[in-house]
Design a binder for this molecule. Sequence first.
Ligand code: ATP
Ligand code: MG
Length: 457
Amino acid sequence: MAFLLIHPALKGVAGLFASRGKELCLVGGAVRDMLRGKVAHDWDLATDAQPEEVRTIFAGAHAKVIPTGIKHGTVTVLRKGRSMEITTYRTEADYSDGRRPDQVSYSTSIEEDLSRRDFTMNAIALRLPEGKKIDPFGGEADIKARIIRCVGDPAKRFSEDGLRALRAARFAAQLSFTVEARTLAAIEGALETSAKVSAERVKDELEKMLMSRRPSIAFRLMEQTGLLLLFLPELARCRGVEQKGAHRFDVLDHSFLACDFAAETDCPLEVRLAALFHDLGKAATKRVDDSGEVSFHRHEAESEKLSREILCRLRFSNAVIEKVCHLTKEHMFHYTDDWSDAAARRFLARVGREHLADLYKLRRADSYASAGIAPPANYLLPLAERVERIVAEAQAISLKDLALSGRDLIAAGVPPGKIMGKILDELLEAVIEDPALNERGRLIEIAFKLSDKFAGR
Ligand code: ATP
Ligand code: MG
């Protein structure tokens, strides 16, 4: 099939270019997705018109032209409720920083523009308005064979731009494609260039890997090529950390499986990250006793510390960092029917109601990844129901639930001062243990005793 069906909105835009004697092609992910039989999620366009001319072409055409990447010849056009990126054909010169070409020179040929693109599947153009395919590097055949292959010499392409190696791993996970052998082999030789990629770009790629259908495809490729050791050494070190007991896998395979399960069960980014990082601390905390028993005492605290280091280094937002660290720190709960009510209240107080659903998801992924067998969807239901009962009965689990405040205690004659905070914390613990104590008179009585104790009387 030489022609693909072109959206009428694109035909309209192509008409504007044609009336000025300019070319317009659909390029990049949109063409790749159409050839895979999927609907394109955004439109990247390429033209022989220079950015200034693009602006002129849209003047009077009810469009807004924003110079989003003008240094690289890219403008964003908003028209009839749609957004598209239009980039002038380019050839690229030297890449001394391993990330961006030193200078951008415009070209008048789409073939030349396609030759600077990363992978054959991304180097196909559809000439508009008719939709004729231009595929100089056999991209369509590679898409059919589900192969990611560099345009040109892979060693050269990866050493020009270190981001491409991460993109290869990311696309493999997003599309379930394999990376062609020569392309894969060239990644290792260009790790020095990949090391120069900015933290923000690495984070963007990792996020896309995590949000793909099977993140482990990307992470295994990263491990195989040395990218994992480069960007996530804490995770790479989990290879070969054997666990025994109920576990069938070493810590790294366990983490990959947990992350895949979180992806499969449609978990948000934070849960996927926590699934990947929750056992990082096992490498450093592993102990084997005389009888050969393996333990990882308090590994969750170490995992939390390492997760924070990684996420800060990669410039994740504070909200993501705090959520992932909290889930990681709390992932080691083991509910049994004989938990006391107080234990259930302490669990709720520690985790926080707003984090429960995500923590259950993480626990389920973790449990799956121990033996590779999915636990029933409702296996945490007994705990969840019990916790919901505590919430419904409005049992006290935080300071604001106490029957009195610090101000009330002072008014009752408890001396103010630094120990007030400690007194309130202890009152809360007492109430979580025994809800019947949550009553003004009884709390004031306990507060006086505590005040004496803290003052050493
Ligand atoms: P998606 O938008 O689904 O992530 P995409 O292929 O459209 O995938 P973009 O990052 O939007 O990816 O880039 C658009 C196109 O620009 C790519 O298809 C590719 O042709 C080219 N491209 C992007 N990044 C690079 C790069 N680092 N090196 C070479 N070409 C690139
Ligand atoms: Mg795109």
